[in-house]
Design a protein around this ligand. Structure first.
Ligand SMILES: N[C@@H](CCC(=O)N[C@@H](CS)C(=O)NCC(=O)O)C(=O)O
Length: 308
């Protein structure tokens, strides 16, 4: 297996989720630090326009979106620990809820608390990504108490689904537990009353602790330039082929544009369709700095459209 290279920045909660996943399967990885806001000139050549954090690279294969990255880690390290087959559906249902509703509420609380202190370009960028085009600082501030109540309601449900040992669905910890742990880590570290707030949910805190204790940290820092060179020297052996699907009008080689389904300010990812099955879409992408790479995204949560 080519080295796993994580393009990320340390305060990123979604990147933390992947650092924990790499640690739970006890694999080594290389760390490339990327900027917290665009421009990201040493990431874009690899991703065909995908700008979010994190991105996982393995040779000339580039995996975007944590849902897809966790699948890729499971496949590349040949372990079913994170996504055991029988519980996979339940795990994705829970992680969808956590990454969507629960993370969004936590991001609202944390961004609202940072409105007067964080750099304005950071606030502007994240507002557009997480809250759509019509958000305002006043609106966020007015809604804060109600948002905190909603966040507590969701964490209470998660807390009640847990016991004093093991994971949410499985005896050993899975991707479901990593999702609970990264949101708790985000709330604890970035909100001044985060630790006090979390103490209301002792089983959530227990999962946060267990996941962090069981995750190893086997990373090594490398430069972004060397990661680009790795891609340039590698050749992807990712499969080709577009699975026929009812209602889907896509075919191999078609130029496509891929965007998150939600209303966000993300730019489209554009390339030639190489592969599509029910869970993953892959596009061929070329750039002088990386040569030919294959960019992989999940199907769920994204709109894939033919593009001219
Ligand atoms: N659906 C994406 C969401 C990732 C995400 O929103 N990450 C945040 C960082 S925690 C982000 O990209 N922020 C903007 C940026 O880094 O440019 C995933 O699961 O990977």
């Amino acid at each position: 297996m080519p080295d796993l290279i994580l393009h990320h920045y340390w305060p990123s909660p979604f990147a933390h989720k992947i650092r924990l996943a790499l640690g739970l399967v006890d694999t080594s990885w290389k760390s490339v630090e990327i900027p917290r806001v665009p421009p990201k000139p040493l990431l874009m050549p690899l991703t065909a326009g995908y700008r979010r954090t994190p991105v996982l690279q393995s040779g000339a294969d580039v995996y975007c979106d944590t849902q897809n990255i966790v699948r890729a880690i499971s496949e590349l390290t040949a372990t079913s620990l994170l996504l055991p087959t029988r519980q996979r559906g339940q795990i994705f249902a829970l992680t969808d809820w956590v990454d969507g509703t629960v993370f969004n509420l936590a991001a609202r609380v944390i961004l609202t608390s940072a409105l007067d202190t964080a750099p304005p370009e950071f606030i502007q960028d994240r507002g557009g990504l997480y809250f759509g085009p019509n958000w305002t600082p006043e609106g966020l501030k007015a809604q804060l108490p109600g948002v905190i109540r909603q966040l507590a309601a969701h964490l209470d449900s998660i807390n009640q689904g847990l016991t004093d040992t093991g994971g949410y669905f499985t005896e050993s910890l899975s991707y479901a537990d990593i999702s609970i742990a990264y949101v708790a880590w985000f709330i604890r570290g970035r909100w001044d009353v985060g630790p006090e707030f979390l103490s209301q949910f002792p089983r959530v805190e227990r999962i946060e602790r267990d996941v962090h204790e069981q995750s190893t940290d086997r990373h090594e820092e490398v430069s972004a330039e060397s990661a680009l060179m790795t891609a340039l020297q590698a050749k992807s052996s990712a499969p080709r082929g577009v699975q026929a699907q009812i209602g889907s009008r896509l075919s191999e080689g078609m130029r496509v544009s891929i965007r998150p389904q939600a209303e966000t300010s993300d730019p489209p990812i554009i390339g030639r369709l190489r592969y599509l099955d029910r869970v993953r879409v892959s596009i061929d992408h070329q750039d002088p700095q990386v040569g030919d790479v294959v960019v992989h995204l999940p199907v769920a949560g994204y709109q894939i459209q033919p593009s001219d």
